[in-house]
Design a protein around this ligand. Structure first.
Ligand code: B12
Ligand code: SF4
Length: 494
């Protein structure tokens, strides 16, 4: 059996990092871990190929080669998914779909032969057996959420690693909180399930043996969802990193209550965590209450500062469009982001995702307008907002323009670098040649061609004086800032 695994294309959003990747000569930020996991669940004798449309195009010869096509998708990939299915069906292929979009959408899906709803650890082996008997079903619905002890090591070798700027692993699924807008807890549950320490370290080994060095994204919904297990893992992870001379710079997602646990923060620092993404959402208490985000309470700015003091750059999600947002919400978000020293502040408009508590409430209130695009940075709503939508969009654009204006952004980077200053030096895995190439590209684009070059040199001089040992980090942040500025320009025009 020959299986072609396809990851559809993402639109140009914050997380695509599309305008920043060319600086380091990469095509895409992260590999499609869902498909790499699916591949590992297939019988070893089956042949497989991966085509990630974010790094390459889908050739007719690839489709011809395959007996079966497996595609995944998030909501934001649905248009590309539709095209993929159309092409593969037109060439007479059996098409299998799975992933978060297929699991949670209420829309009509493209005409595939087999649909997988939910996690595939138990349903895929069932499908393989059914297929052998000629009795494969049209829909496979995972009966329950499987224990991660049965999740195999992802087939990392299938990915063209050099084209990605980071690799991904997953330690846990699910989150114990109950934010109203969140579909994680609907798809992956409220009881966080983790892999064992041996399992995750085996994945670190696999990536190390394949030659990966650099950023590793632990893609958990909430890394500290099961604190007991994470506390056990940390010393082992720290030892692994030390034994291998710190090959991976770790990035993960966590809830803000990470700030309450200084022992855990210290152990994460020791294990090599250098960046953490946090859902802060809003500084407005009433809106946090509305969103049932009870874990974000107290002095949020102070909590961000605590995390930064352990050497971790904080990245964060922010939302505007809550019913309780006051008229000055835009200024308040800007003010908070400025004071927080969070360079990568991902601000989005509230959207209701299918099956969430928010979706159900808006449906009850007769305010739901249809399914969202999944891209919460395009200026549309899928529900009737309390605030005038035109005002919301204008305010949203003003936040984007302000926080990504070069002077504001570079100041936040410098503030963040000051707060995260530690004694660890730059990772040793950067090759001198690639560092030099990146440096040249950044200098040329941001220091010579770009209209904001004066701000760049002002920033770079400061970084050189104050953070000489972290030049690679400052260049990375300058490149990412350019990406966000490009996006904010595009949104303001749109
Ligand atoms: C890592 C990640 C990303 C990475 C993407 C990496 C990549 N290339 O895939 C990045 C950071 C880029 C990203 C971005 C976004 N993401 Co994201 N992301 C995740 C996260 C945290 C982990 C994904 C992952 O690797 N999981 C591990 C694998 C093993 O799990 P899995 O994909 O679910 O796969 C299992 C099953 O679903 C199934 N399966 C999956 N595919 C297939 C295919 C077949 C054929 C079969 C049989 C089975 C199958 O088998 C697997 C094993 O059980 C998930 C949450 C989550 N827990 O999954 C959100 C999640 C997928 N993201 C989400 C969203 C909304 C986004 C953004 C739109 C956020 C934003 N507003 O900007 C952006 C859009 C991307 C873009 N560039 O425009 C939503 C999707 C909601 C939806 N209904 O589609 C999720 C569920 C989380 C959330 N609620 O925020 N994301
Ligand atoms: S903390 Fe994050 S993952 Fe957990 S329920 Fe809230 S939004 Fe979802």
């Amino acid at each position: 059996m020959k299986v072609l695994l396809i990851n559809p294309e993402f639109p140009d959003t914050y997380w695509s990092f599309r305008h920043a990747l060319p600086f380091e000569g990469k095509r895409c930020a992260f590999p499609p871990l869902g498909l790499l996991t699916v591949s590992a669940l297939l019988p070893p004798s089956w042949e497989r190929r991966l085509v990630d449309l974010n790094i390459e195009s889908l050739k007719e010869s690839d489709i011809e080669w395959a007996d079966m096509v497996f595609a995944t998708a998030m909501l934001v990939q649905k248009d590309s998914l539709r095209q993929v299915v159309k092409r593969c069906k037109a060439m007479g292929k059996r098409v299998v779909l799975g992933g978060p979009y297929v699991t949670s959408t209420r829309e009509e899906l493209p005409p595939a032969d087999h649909l997988f709803r939910g996690e595939a650890e138990t349903t895929l082996p069932e499908f393989v057996a059914d297929l052998a008997r000629g009795e494969a079903k049209a829909v496979y619905q995972a009966p329950e959420r499987p224990a991660l002890s049965i999740t195999p090591i992802a087939d990392f070798g299938l990915a063209k690693m050099k084209r990605y700027s980071a690799m991904s692993v997953q330690y846990s699924r699910g989150c114990p909180f109950s934010c109203e807008f969140c579909d994680i807890i609907e798809i992956y549950g409220r009881v966080p399930r983790t892999k064992s320490s041996q399992q995750i370290l085996a994945e670190f080994d696999a990536l190390y043996d394949l030659g990966w060095r650099g950023t590793l994204f632990i893609v958990d919904d909430n890394f500290i969802g099961n604190k007991k297990n994470v506390r056990q893992l940390m010393p082992e992870l720290a030892k692994w990193q030390k034994d291998h001379n710190y090959p991976f710079s770790l990035l993960t997602e966590s809830s803000l209550n990470l700030a309450d646990d200084q022992a855990l923060l210290a152990s994460m620092r020791d294990a090599g965590f250098r960046r953490v993404f946090i859902g802060i959402e809003t500084p407005v208490e009433e809106s946090l209450h509305e969103a049932q985000k009870s874990q974000n309470r107290g002095d949020l700015l102070d909590q961000v500062k605590t995390i930064q003091s352990y050497g971790m750059e904080v990245m964060a999600g922010f939302i505007v469009g809550f019913d309780n947002d006051p008229i000055d919400i835009f200024e308040r978000q800007i003010d908070f982001i400025r004071k927080s020293a969070i360079p990568l502040a991902m601000v989005g408009l509230l959207n209701a995702l299918p099956d969430t508590q928010l979706w159900k409430r808006l449906e009850r209130e007769g305010r739901l307008l249809g399914e969202a695009s999944g891209n919460n940075t395009v200026c549309t709503f899928n529900f009737k907002t309390r605030m005038d939508p035109a005002l919301l969009i204008k305010g949203y654009q003003s936040i984007m323009q302000t926080i990504y204006s070069p002077r504001e952004y570079y100041q936040r980077v410098l503030d963040s670098m000051k707060r995260t200053a530690q004694h660890f030096s730059e990772p040793t895995h950067y090759s001198a040649l690639s560092a030099l190439t990146t440096l040249t590209r950044v200098f040329l684009k941001l220091g010579v061609i770009d209209r904001e070059r004066k701000e760049f040199w002002r920033f770079f001089t400061q970084a050189l004086i104050k953070h000489r040992s972290r030049i690679a980090d400052s260049l990375r942040l300058a490149a990412v800032g350019y990406h966000f500025r490009k996006l904010s320009d595009a949104y303001s025009e749109g």
